[in-house]
Design a protein around this ligand. Structure first.
Ligand SMILES: Nc1ncnc2c1ncn2[C@@H]1O[C@H](COP(=O)(O)OP(=O)(O)OP(=O)(O)O)[C@@H](O)[C@H]1O
Ligand SMILES: [Mg+2]
Length: 443
């Protein structure tokens, strides 16, 4: 039976690659081949590799550079160097960069076997066993009114919340969808000194334009057809506390004008009434739109923008605060573990690693949904196989290297092969090519 470990072998010499592959296959390891450092990096990014074996001398980027890259991004992967030019210098260099040991060409299958075994056990070389995927400090979980995290950005955010929670300065929260804007608005209110007063959330995007004014400010009986009785608006309902104007970017200009007046005068006038009522409400608004750009284009009032934005909070996308990912995973595991009767469900380090690497376009909401789905589907432990494919094989977009078509083709073939457990017949079937072509394309 195939061992569960994946070994990535990197050598610019195809014969050497074949030899290593055959040898490792004979030991039942699953192997990936790369003939350059760039190819190796691409594979490291999408496949959970358990051991990296690399040649040192290669055209372009060399093996030392690959070891350095892998050491920085994948410190938990043991690294073994193969060199045809044994010198104290290269050996020292390799070990200094993070390799566990080096093997000198030519070597026997026995020597290779021993070196691989030792690498997995972290026995050889001067280097200590590599660091675990997550350091203990990464696992610290802080929860502030339901906002979970462990990143510098998270700490700055909590700091701002603490500064604003007890005063009535307006707060404008801007950021991508799913980054926790509403959660932050609630935290400001419920952690602050007006927590016992109402918190009224209004989705400005969800109210038809013609009803918005009456919803926000209320109306007097007879103010318009259908106004059969006097009705309080949401501003009055929030009196003494906080009104949260979500999706403020969608507020029509007429409503913007009235909002500005409310903020300036601290009073509201119901539709159909002559009398203004004093109100004392803190306004927190949120938007995914670039409100400043809307101001430039004339679709949002500049004076209102500044009124709403006494304190500005920008929520960072999850991909820019990777240290929050583990605490969030742990929190959602616990939450949904309890909800679905699987409180002891665990997640492997490798699976966490894949989740940390993902770019999370849907931010925390996307992460939460995925954990929820995986808890529902899994038995007692979440592992790589439980992670949806699009997360495992997603190519990084930032700093992405533009590649020739044949490399992309090879990446795709490797991806399919990996997904079917290296079953070439199955892979060829999916790719709709014959096995011979598949083999050629992999060379
Ligand atoms: N730091 C966090 N800790 C815990 N849960 C979070 C965090 N950030 C967001 N969430 C959760 O993610 C989901 C989305 O958060 P929220 O609704 O506050 O985002 P949003 O920025 O208002 O998104 P949208 O712009 O789409 O309305 C919620 O279930 C929320 O509880
Ligand atoms: Mg929201």
């Amino acid at each position: 039976m195939l061992k569960k470990e994946n070994i990535l072998i990197v050598d610019d010499n195809y014969d050497m690659l074949e030899l290593l592959q055959r040898n490792l296959k004979a030991q039942n390891f699953h192997t990936y081949k790369a003939s350059s450092v760039m190819e190796a990096i691409d594979i490291l990014k999408v496949v959970a590799i358990d051991l990296l074996i690399t040649d040192l001398q290669m055209p372009g980027l060399n093996g030392i550079e690959l070891i350095k890259f892998a050491e920085e991004h994948f410190p938990e992967i043991p690294k073994l160097v193969i060199t045809g030019f044994p010198s104290v210098d290269t050996a020292v260099n390799a070990v200094k960069s993070g390799a566990l040991d080096y093997l000198v060409k030519p070597f026997t299958s026995e020597e290779l076997k021993k070196a691989v075994q030792n690498s997995f056990e972290g026995k050889i070389g001067t280097k200590k066993k590599s660091a675990p995927a997550l350091l203990d400090s990464d696992k610290k979980i802080t929860n502030y009114a339901g906002i979970v995290g462990n990143s510098e950005q998270f700490e700055n955010l909590i700091d701002v919340i603490q500064r604003v929670k007890n005063n009535k300065a307006t707060v404008l929260i801007q950021g991508e969808s799913g980054t926790g804007k509403e959660l932050i608005a609630r935290a400001i209110h419920f952690k602050g000194s007006f927590a016992s007063s109402p918190f009224v959330a209004v989705n400005c995007g969800g109210i038809p334009e013609n009803l918005m004014e009456s919803e926000l400010f209320g109306y007097e009986k007879g103010a318009f057809t259908g106004a059969n009785e006097t009705k309080m608006g949401l501003f009055q309902a929030a009196n003494g506390g906080t009104i949260f104007l979500d999706e403020i970017g969608t507020a029509p200009l007429a409503v913007q004008t009235r909002l500005l007046r409310v903020l300036q005068e601290k009073e509201v006038t119901m539709i159909g009434s002559q009398k203004a009522q004093k109100i004392d409400v803190r306004v927190i608004s949120a938007t995914n739109n670039d409100l400043y750009e809307m101001v430039q284009k004339g679709s949002f009032r500049e004076d209102l923008y500044y009124r709403l934005n006494v304190v500005g909070i920008e929520t960072k996308p999850l991909r820019e605060r990777k240290n929050d990912i583990y605490p969030l995973i742990a929190t959602f595991m616990k939450k949904y573990g309890i909800e679905y009767g699987k409180p002891n469900c665990t997640i492997s380090d490798k699976a966490v690693e894949i989740l940390v690497r993902h770019s999370w376009p849907g931010n925390v909401r996307e992460l939460e949904n995925i954990i929820q789905r995986m808890i529902i589907m899994c038995d007692l432990a979440i592992d790589i196989v439980d992670i949806p494919d699009y997360l495992k094989y997603q190519q990084p977009t930032e700093g992405e290297v533009l590649k020739p078509l044949k490399d992309i083709e090879k990446d795709h073939i490797l991806k399919v092969l990996h997904a079917v457990g290296d079953n070439k017949t199955k892979a060829a079937e999916i790719l709709q090519i014959d096995r011979k072509t598949l083999r050629q394309k992999l060379l």
